[in-house]
Design a binder for this molecule. Structure first.
Ligand SMILES: [Zn+2]
Ligand SMILES: [Zn+2]
Length: 421
């Protein structure tokens, strides 16, 4: 790698800005392709005879110390500022990104097949992207936020709106690529708020297909009724409080005290259960619009699972149910029900979960994901894996002896109050 020099012009990171978002703004400011900005800041090297630049998605999560040092030096950021662009700190609270819970500290296996962070979707708030009116944001737009990568972030509280997940013009994910963390990396620089999805259908695409270039800040608000919107925003407030580093430290999950990171893994496991057993939990949906959103997601998962069963070779029908809901309204709807199920008192857990599990097993008999240790806390796993009440009660007594650190507790929302945002 050639000697890296400080860039002639740099940028201070914006609040909650992600590495892809920062690179988009840097590319635009320097008038160079994103790939050039990544090479000039030491993130990646040019490889092969064609000098292709590959932007591996693992960099969005973590950068090794040497590369982070080069990046900070060339961009004239402090180490803290450079590190704040990465997603790895979010794993302290978000279980699917937590190295201890997911991969025993192995960052490679954390990234591989981790569709609850590294899946192919793009969420954004058009108003946040339009910027806050400051000179720099008028020029280059607002931040592409790190938190928009989390499936559990589906609304913008500042602008009281659902996030978007498609471009208003082409209907595709605006910032998603099959191999790189940013699409069209070698293309001419583009304003950071424009859609980078390639035009044309998937069979006609080449690395040089033009980008859509629609202005994402013009995306119109999604029409939803007032009750649904206030329900969604209240849920988003509670979930963001759990994502907040200063938020609650522990929370009840099926009546047992858990860390917040573990709670998000339990929320994920219950999401699968809701989709597999739908419409068993329909009564928990507070509005018709939210019930319809779950129904749509469950039906899409059923069709995708059938598609898996019908294809030749190795089949993974259960995967259709284990991807996070991409559509922001569907995500809010499913997580809202999951939150209620996890708030169950531990004495009532068996009665509430048992019918759901029976229905889920009828829907997808190959469903084994829910039994794996890192997919749910021990108390939730106990409930998911015992069909008979007497065996469940015995298992619970064993759990109390084996895990004295797990305290059964009455159903509640956060255990400690937030220190404020
Ligand atoms: Zn916003
Ligand atoms: Zn587009």
């Amino acid at each position: 790698m050639p000697d890296l020099r400080e860039l002639p012009r740099s940028l201070a990171p914006l609040d909650d800005e992600s590495l892809p978002g920062y690179l988009l703004r840097l590319s635009s400011r320097l008038h160079v392709p994103v790939a050039d900005a990544a090479v000039r800041t030491g993130l990646v090297d040019r490889t092969g005879a064609t000098s292709t630049v590959f932007l591996p998605i693992r960099l969005v999560h973590r950068i090794d110390d040497d590369a982070l040092d080069k990046f900070a030096r060339t961009t004239r950021l402090t180490a803290v500022e450079a590190g704040s662009l990465l997603a790895s700190p979010l794993g302290d609270r978000y279980g699917p990104l937590n190295g201890d819970l997911m991969s025993r500290g192995n960052p490679v296996s954390l990234v591989r097949n981790n569709r609850w962070f590294f899946g192919r979707w793009t969420r954004y708030c058009p108003h946040c992207l339009a910027g806050d009116g400051s000179v720099i944001q008028q020029q280059l737009g607002g931040p592409w936020k790190r938190h928009w990568r989390l499936p559990t972030v589906f609304a913008c509280l500042r602008h009281r709106t659902l996030l978007h997940n498609t471009c208003p013009q082409c209907g595709k994910a605006a910032l998603t690529d099959a191999t790189n963390f940013l699409p069209r990396a070698a293309a001419e620089p583009m304003h950071p708020t424009l859609c980078r999805a390639p035009t044309g259908n998937r069979y006609g695409l080449t690395p040089h297909s033009p980008s859509c270039k629609a202005d994402l800040t013009t995306a119109a608000c999604r029409e939803i009724d007032a009750d649904t919107l206030s329900t969604v925003l209240a849920l988003q407030t509670r979930l963001l409080d759990l994502h907040n580093p200063d938020g609650p430290t522990a929370i009840s999950s099926v009546g047992w005290q858990q860390t917040v990171a573990q709670y998000f893994l339990d929320l994920r496991a219950v999401t699968w259960l809701i989709l597999l057993s739908w419409p068993e939990t329909q009564r928990y949906a507070p509005t018709a619009a939210l019930a319809e959103a779950v129904a749509r997601t469950a039906e899409n998962a059923r069709i995708a699972a059938q598609g898996q069963r019908d294809r030749p070779g190795k089949r993974h029908p259960s995967v259709a149910y284990t991807d996070p809901p991409i559509d922001p309204l569907s995500a809010a709807a499913v997580f809202g029900i999951a939150e209620q199920l996890l708030a169950t008192d531990y004495n009532a857990t068996f009665a509430i979960f048992n019918p759901l599990i029976s229905q889920a097993r009828r829907t997808e008999p190959t469903m084994t994901h829910l039994q794996k240790p890192h997919h749910a806390s021990p108390p939730l796993r106990l409930t998911l894996n015992h069909h008979r009440h007497d065996l469940w009660k015995k298992g619970r007594a064993r759990l109390l002896r084996k895990h004295p650190e797990l305290t059964p507790m009455p159903p509640s929302r956060p255990v400690t109050t937030s220190a404020g945002r």
